[in-house]
Design a protein around this ligand. Sequence first.
Ligand code: PEP
Ligand code: MG
Length: 325
Amino acid sequence: ARQQARAKAQAPAIARDGKRIQVFANISSIADAQIAIAQGAEGVGLLRTELLYLDRTSSPTEAEQFEIYRAIAQILANRSLIIRTLDVGGDKPLSYLGLQAETNPFLGWRGIRFCLDRPELFKTQLRAILRASSGYQIKVMFPTIATLAELQAAKAIWAEAQTELSQAGISFDKNIEIGIMIEIPSAVAIADKLASEVNFFSIGTNDLSQYIMAADRTNPKVAPLADAFHPAVLQAVQKTVQAAHHAGLWVGLCGELAAEPLAVPILLGLGLDELSLNPQSIPQIKQIISQLTTQEAEAIAHSAMQLDSATQVKSFISDSPLFKG
Ligand code: PEP
Ligand code: MG
């Protein structure tokens, strides 16, 4: 029975009409990777690398990072591993990196903005990711992209890291895919242009919601406004999926919305190719996917998008036969 349960956990998520949607895990450590596999993750859609830089007095070296990325890749074997480059700043300040408290940290020096201003620190991480990629399904992902210029600058440093490794005779996956988080409204607006520069998108609804609603996700007085179920956020998700598919890219979603049972019909209906979520929620999300057809999900998504509030969207879905019956 235990073996049967394990086999069931490892089964892919397939809707009733046969449509597949990949269910990946969000992780931050080697221990998380093991949990993710046990919970049936088909891959890792978001490895947050901030943890490697916390609780220390200097940045992790290329060798230290390589060891950790490689250990996680080994646990995942032939599954995808999307490594997101450092996303400090905002609510994650780090004094040894010169990051100080700011008046508006979420509008401040964070994520790719910080890394592009510290190219040596950034390149060290990129070299570690490239070195770990040889023989594994690693992909790289840049956070907080707001402009085309940022993406192009990040790619230039990525190309430099590859040239350096090639010249040193160090092997890496020459076909490694690159992607970006879509989590800033400007990136949604120019998604068609960004799409021509990358292999995939992953939508970060945690940040996208707070930026669309102008409500700090860490401030309890206003955080409830930053609800990813709000039709304004759902429209941004829809627009991003359409731009990705129009350009022939696959698109995932790695914000907390992906772990919400009530969001499954919307996300399947909008055509997301992958969902990445905390490992504990994977079995439940797979189970809900298996109860829906794409057509039913599309109808639910279409109706939900016409509503006036996040609350209305959630009650509309919880009243549907899928959740009532
Ligand atoms: C997001 O913004 O939705 C996301 C997944 O990234 P983080 O929560 O690490 O900012
Ligand atoms: Mg984010």
